[in-house]
Design a protein around this ligand. Structure first.
Ligand code: ADP
Length: 372
């Protein structure tokens, strides 16, 4: 019974039914009581008069009086009973519907509060199944909105923080030259140029991030040879690796065919191999392996570098996250690269994850894609 009552459909049906039963019961009871009462007080005296009538005209008069009393009694009792039944039905209906209307009113109020920007608003779970579901979904939506709002605030904070560093640098050089404590020579301009490039890179990364997060990166999905893309990326980054005395080893058997966007795959690989180079000290070793598994193709980028501490591992794909804030910033990283890469991997139907044995133990990144 309780289970039926928790369903809105049966609750509304049940409520109507109870209202009808209450009304009809009141009608019958009231009619019964009034008629039996009036029978005693009004109809019986008329019947007595009829039995005592002595001639035809007296009988006729008594009959007329009886008929009138009977009619009045009937109309009066029905009228009173109908008013009573309406009242009884209305009261029952009000009591029953308030249990349905109250949660709906709360939803209306809460959604208004959320529209006004109070994202901490939540609805109490009601005792009706359908409304319960609405309340649960509503609360979930409010929690997501609160999270998005928090991310938005954090993003503005992060962006302004990131912009401040190069701007402060440029301001310092300009101030120094204006005050005459710094020479307006090629060296100073080269420093300033470095900072401007950093700004430019940051702005480009931010634009790429916003596009990839909005799902606005056009993808050209096709079957392509993964090994040749890996080779191209390694060749592109080789000079950087040589400059840092790093060795890059490639383990890519030919004929591994992926079904994705070749350029975006290369972009992710540039980020992964670039990071491996950046975070591996001189003399280190980087291995890029391509594998074919049952359902996917997988590229593993492994380095013998500084590694990632276990407590940082869950965060490295978040925007602006850097394990070592100061060191990474001086090396030019903005902490957005892996965020963009993971979104690209997801957009192509793939995955990007990382493991590391800890600091100084090197890192391994796994990048999978659908196979052809
Ligand atoms: P960044 O531009 O700072 O490199 P990423 O999003 O590419 O930004 O990387 C985020 C952070 O993850 C880096 O700042 C670094 O701390 C860590 N990280 C990424 N790749 C490696 C790696 N191969 N070895 C060690 N740490 C890494």
């Amino acid at each position: 019974m309780m289970r039926f009552w928790r369903k809105l459909r049966w609750r509304i049906f049940g409520s109507h039914f109870i209202v009808v039963v209450a009304g009809v019961t009141f009608l019958l009871l009231a009619t019964e009581i009034i008629i039996s009462n009036r029978t005693f007080t009004a109809i019986q005296p008329r019947l007595m008069a009829l039995t005592q009538a002595e001639n035809a005209s007296d009988i006729e008069l008594a009959l007329l009086a009886l008929q009138e009393t009977y009619q009045n009694t009937l109309i009066f009792s029905l009228l009173i009973a109908a008013i009573g039944a309406t009242l009884a039905g209305s009261v029952t209906s009000l009591l029953l519907t308030s249990g349905i209307i109250r949660p709906l009113e709360q939803i209306a109020q809460s959604s208004q509060r959320i529209a006004d920007g109070h994202y901490d608003e939540r609805i109490e779970i009601s005792n009706t199944e359908e409304l319960d579901r609405v309340a649960t979904n509503f609360n979930q939506m409010a929690a997501t909105l609160a999270q998005v709002e928090q991310q938005r605030i954090a993003l503005i904070g992060n962006v302004s923080h990131e912009l401040r560093t190069p701007l402060t640098g440029i301001e310092g050089y300009l101030q120094g030259m204006m005050d005459g404590v710094m020479a307006s020579d090629e060296e100073t301009f080269a420093y300033m140029y470095q900072e401007v490039r950093r700004l430019r890179r940051l702005v480009d990364d931010l634009q790429a991030l916003s596009r990839v997060e909005a799902g606005q990166i056009p993808l050209h999905i096709e079957t392509f040879d993964l090994s040749s893309v890996v080779e191209r990326v390694v060749r592109q980054l080789q000079p950087q690796a040589i400059a840092q005395s790093l060795e890059i080893e490639m383990r890519c058997p030919g004929n591994i065919r992926a079904y994705a966007d070749a350029d975006r795959t290369a972009q992710v690989l540039v980020n992964l191999v670039g990071n491996a180079i950046r975070y591996t000290p001189e003399g280190g070793h980087i291995t890029v392996t391509a594998n074919l598994t049952a359902k996917r193709v997988e590229i593993i980028v492994q380095d013998t570098g500084q590694g990632i501490p276990p407590e940082a591992l869950p965060y490295i794909f978040e925007r602006f996250y850097r394990v070592d804030q100061s060191r990474a910033r001086s090396s030019g990283g903005s902490g957005i690269g892996l965020t963009i890469s993971r979104h690209l991997a997801w957009a192509m139907g793939g995955e990007l994850s990382a493991t590391s044995q800890g600091e100084g133990q090197g890192s391994t990144f796994y990048f999978s894609l659908p196979k052809s």
